[in-house]
Design a protein around this ligand. Structure first.
Ligand code: ATR
Length: 270
């Protein structure tokens, strides 16, 4: 049986085995998918052993996405620009290909929720790894991307990287003049129940808000957005399933249906 796995540290919380199990069932693909806890200082040998033991593909999560990037023989454009890899594929010639499907999963989930993205103005909050992985797919979807980060220089660095690929700029807090069509929170602030310090004028009656975090209860960012009158606030569960679907498609050549998987997972969140 073809083996797949997700590598991370910690990893016990990972929903990926569940998601890929559902995909495999639904598409009648025979495969195994497990979670592997890699030692923080020894991801590389852990991965080598996996390839040696019939591994065909792997997802990579915190803290190994940048290391995975450095171990690839070839990279997708998204992975190259993200500087990180969440999907590894062992090719038939023995080489390892790296993809980054996080941003693709985000865009797929945005499309599930809004009819058209073309030309819309998006405010991307944060400039860490999660933000960087999203910019190219957002630009390719035809969005105009404004990046705001607590530490402005980091937003400007991202703009330097992505300027050749579309309409992208960094905005300081004073330049946050709304409303925006879409606001995406990629910061880790929701983890601690915080909200990025941004003015309420960014939200209008038609603003769709998206928090990359997900939880059973409304995230602090989404709750703030709805209080200010946002038309819709979505959490990152659909992005999680969406990135997994793109990985599955790369490995197996079939596209799983995501709606029922998202519903199933929603019931299981604690
Ligand atoms: P990730 O890979 O999840 O993006 P990261 O690379 O550590 O994680 O980036 C975290 C992001 O969340 C950064 O943009 C950080 O802002 P700074 O660059 O100014 O540190 C942002 N962040 C974290 N906590 C925040 C908070 N309470 N308010 C606003 N931004 C926050």
């Amino acid at each position: 049986t073809d083996r797949y796995a997700v590598f991370g540290n910690p990893i016990s919380h990972s929903k990926s085995p569940l998601i890929h199990g559902i995909f495999a069932n639904e598409t009648q693909q025979v495969l195994e998918y497990e979670a592997i806890l890699a030692p923080k200082d020894d991801f590389e040998s852990c991965l080598k052993l996996f390839w040696f033991e019939n591994g065909k593909g792997a997802n990579v999560t915190v803290p190994f996405k940048e290391q995975a990037f450095n171990l690839c023989d070839e990279l997708s454009e998204e992975a190259k620009l993200a500087g990180s890899v969440n999907t590894l594929t062992l090719l038939t010639n023995g080489k390892v290909r790296g993809d980054n499907t996080d941003g693709l999963g985000l865009v797929a989930d945005l499309i599930r929720n809004i009819s058209s993205l073309e030309g819309k103005r998006v405010l991307l909050l944060g400039a860490g790894g999660a933000a960087r992985g999203s910019v190219l797919p957002l630009l390719k979807a035809g969005l105009k991307v404004c990046i705001h980060n607590r530490t402005q220089e980091k937003a400007e660095k991202l703009v330097e990287i992505f300027t050749p690929f579309g309409d992208v700029k960094a905005l300081s807090i004073a330049e946050l003049i709304g409303p925006f069509d879409i606001i995406i929170n990629s910061t880790s602030s929701s983890l601690s129940g915080d909200i990025p310090a941004i003015p309420s004028c960014v939200i209008g009656a038609d603003t769709l808000c998206y928090d990359m975090m997900y939880s059973k209860e409304l995230t602090s960012f989404n709750s703030w957005a709805l209080d200010l009158g946002a038309i819709k606030a979505i959490d990152g569960l659909g992005m999680l399933v969406g990135q997994a679907a793109k990985s599955f498609e790369l490995w197996r050549g079939v596209t799983p249906e995501v709606d029922t998987t998202i519903k199933l997972l929603r019931e299981k969140i604690e």
